[in-house]
Design a protein around this ligand. Structure first.
Ligand SMILES: CC(C)(COP(=O)(O)OP(=O)(O)OC[C@H]1O[C@@H](n2cnc3c(N)ncnc32)[C@H](O)[C@@H]1OP(=O)(O)O)[C@@H](O)C(=O)NCCC(=O)NCCS
Length: 164
C-alpha cells in the first residue's frame, strides 16, 4: 500500500503515552466526539501499532488515528470476519489538504491488516462530513447503510466499509 508522504513535510509514527495530551487537544479541536484519557489509552494498550500520529516537520503533532478490531458478520459476504474499525481520525485545520489524513488512514489500514489480521475496514461518519466522506470514498470505502440518530446531537451516520 502506498503511503503518500514522499514530500517529507511530515512523518507518521506510533503514538506514545507522552502524546496523550496533544492528541486529546486535537480531538477536541476537530471533533464533537470526545473521550476521556483512559479511552485513548485503552485503545493504545490493545492496538498500539495502529494508533498513529502525524508529526509535521515544524515538530507539531498535527493529526492522529486510532483503530480497534471487532469480530462480526462481514459487510460483504456471509461469513464471520475481523474488522478494523476506525475509532477516530483528525488533522488540525492548519495542516489539512496536505495528504496527512490520507497517510494516517492508509497506514492505519495497513497496520490493522498486517499486525491485527483485519480483513475489512469499517467506520461511521456524519452524513454532513463531506470532506471525510470524500477521503474514505477515495480509498474505496462504500456507504453500507445510514445509522439513524447515531450521534448525540441526533445527526445520522453513514456506516462505511471497505474490503481488502
Ligand atoms: C477528514 C480529515 C481527517 C482529512 O484530513 P486531510 O489531511 O485534510 O486530508 P488529505 O489532505 O489527506 O485529503 C485526502 C483526500 O480526502 C478528500 N478531502 C479531504 N479534505 C477535503 C475537503 N475539504 N473537501 C473535499 N475533499 C476533501 C480528498 O479526496 C483528498 O484527496 P485529494 O487531495 O486528492 O483531493 C480532516 O478534514 C479532519 O480532520 N476533519 C475533522 C475531523 C473529522 O471529520 N474526522 C473524521 C471523522 S469520521
Amino acid at each position: 500500500m502506498q503511503i503518500p508522504n514522499s514530500d517529507k513535510s511530515y512523518q507518521i509514527r506510533q503514538f506514545r503515552e507522552s502524546d496523550l495530551d496533544t492528541v486529546i487537544k486535537i480531538n477536541r479541536a476537530c471533533l464533537p466526539e470526545n473521550y476521556p484519557s483512559f479511552f485513548f489509552l485503552s485503545i493504545f494498550y490493545k492496538y498500539p501499532k495502529s494508533f498513529l500520529v502525524a508529526v509535521h516537520n515544524d515538530n507539531t503533532i498535527c493529526g492522529y488515528c486510532m483503530w480497534r478490531v471487532e469480530k462480526g458478520l462481514s459487510n460483504f459476504a456471509l461469513r464471520w470476519t475481523k474488522k478494523g474499525h476506525l475509532v477516530s481520525i483528525a488533522v488540525l485545520e492548519a495542516y489539512r489538504r496536505q495528504g496527512i489524513g490520507e497517510a494516517l488512514l492508509l497506514k492505519g489500514m495497513q497496520s490493522m491488516k498486517e499486525d491485527y489480521g483485519a480483513s475489512e475496514f469499517i467506520l461511521e461518519v456524519r452524513i454532513s462530513n463531506s470532506s471525510a466522506i470524500a477521503l474514505y470514498e477515495k480509498h474505496g470505502f462504500q456507504k453500507i447503510k445510514t445509522l439513524s440518530g447515531y450521534y448525540r446531537d441526533g445527526e445520522n451516520a453513514y456506516l462505511m466499509a471497505k474490503r481488502i
